[in-house]
Design a protein around this ligand. Structure first.
Ligand code: SAM
Length: 217
């Protein structure tokens, strides 16, 4: 299934959103929008606690205000093993300020376009972290990317997303995705293939986290 391109699929849209959110944060301390609401975020935190022990290297794709990673740190996940990336500079600035205000040090946040760049690895990783992540998290980012326009050659940005996930995950790594635009079956069709090496592992349902594990060894 593909969607009509919308402004949510553009970097400009997110830059404007985070400019406003930074202003609100500075004015009234508001941390900004939690996509799909707090309940969804806490379900993801619970899922991570059940499936990935602390000390795992965790990458959040499209970190927004960074609150999901802050919640993991609050729940015992070592901040020096957490990296949030986003292609909007404002998101990175906001995430750093939110973490600082919460008194959480050492979560890394860095600017990165997930579809075209490798995130910088964490200090204790070899090189850029390709093939070394234990868990990738996505809440709303694949949904946003799926609203982007095809490029000049007609390539649809969302089509390259599953391959990027597979490339970054280490052996037995997990990918946890929360989507509100796709049914579970549609997500499985997009992500699970011999080519990506991703397979569906955990029982779940629409609009709840979808756990996929990478069997590329
Ligand atoms: C719907 S928001 C979700 C934000 C956050 N995950 C949350 O749940 O609050 C989508 C996020 O993905 C980011 N994003 C979109 N395309 C991206 C890309 N190609 N690379 C990195 N980040 C991207 C946007 O800047 C935005 O922060």
């Amino acid at each position: 299934m593909s969607f009509q391109p919308s402004k949510l699929g553009t970097r400009e849209y997110w830059d404007n959103i985070y400019d406003e959110e930074i202003e609100n944060f500075e004015d009234i301390g508001d941390e900004g929008e939690i996509w799909f609401g707090e309940e969804s975020m806490l379900k993801m935190v619970q899922w991570v606690i059940e499936h990935a022990p602390p000390q795992r290297n965790i990458l959040e794709v499209g970190t927004g205000n960074g609150v999901l990673l802050c919640e993991l740190a609050t729940n015992g996940y070592d901040p020096s093993h957490l990296l949030g990336i986003d292609y909007s500079l404002g998101s990175i600035a906001l995430s750093k300020r939110v973490a600082e205000k919460r008194g959480i040090k050492d979560i890394s946040f860095s600017l990165c376009d997930f579809l075209s760049e490798n995130p910088l690895g964490l200090g204790h990783m070899d090189g850029n972290g390709v093939g070394q992540w234990d868990l990738l998290l996505d809440k709303g980012t694949f949904d946003a990317i799926a609203l982007s326009k095809p490029d000049a050659s007609g390539k649809v940005p969302a089509d390259s997303y599953p391959h990027r996930v597979a490339r970054l995950l280490g052996p037995g790594g997990l990918f946890l995705l929360t989507s509100c635009n796709y049914t579970e079956e549609e997500l499985r069709e997009r992500f699970v293939s011999e080519e990506t090496g991703l397979t569906y592992q955990y029982e779940t349902f629409y609009c709840k986290p979808l756990g996929l594990t990478n069997l590329n060894m």
